[in-house]
Design a binder for this molecule. Structure first.
Ligand code: DQA
Length: 146
């Protein structure tokens, strides 16, 4: 089972970036914890972080034949990117949208997501634990399918 995990812009700053909102764990902490869970679940996890919309679009398309599912925290692109949404629709794989914070409890401009309509589900508001929940949810979805 191959799962692609994409972190969007500014998430490389986790740990230092507004810790009262995003927590104190770094991206490296989160990724290494997820890699551990993935190996326990017999999952191949490919992880990338990018601050560039086009790079994320390309990575989604490039993994069309590798990934069985996509976990994505599109970060600010959640609220702006038709291109990322189209790429996710194009590959036609199960997608789970992740957020550290509860975007609906924040500023109104964060209440709209271009990605949610093409996701199987959305997990947000649990800090780094949102990623753990999303990984388990994806494993569950993919096991049900096979
Ligand atoms: C975020 C929420 C977005 O609104 C914001 O732009 C981010 C992070 C989250 O994980 O809570 O960069 O996706």
């Amino acid at each position: 089972m191959n799962i692609l995990l994409i972190h969007g812009p500014n998430l490389q700053l986790l740990g230092k970036r507004q810790p009262e909102i995003y927590g104190r764990q770094t991206l490296a902490d989160i990724n290494s914890h997820l890699r551990e869970i993935a190996s326990q679940r017999d999952v191949e996890l490919k992880v990338l972080q990018s601050n560039h919309e086009g790079e994320i679009v390309t990575a989604i398309g490039d993994n069309i034949d590798w990934a069985h599912g996509i976990l994505i925290n599109p970060a600010a692109y959640t609220h702006t990117s038709v291109a990322i949404r189209d790429a996710l629709s194009a590959v036609n794989l199960p997608v789970i949208e992740i957020h550290l914070s509860n975007i609906y409890a924040r500023e109104p401009f964060r209440h709209h997501s271009y990605v949610s309509p093409v996701a199987v589900g959305i997990i947000g508001g649990f800090g780094a634990y949102s990623y753990d929940l999303a990984l388990d949810a994806m494993v569950h979805i993919l096991r049900e399918k096979t």
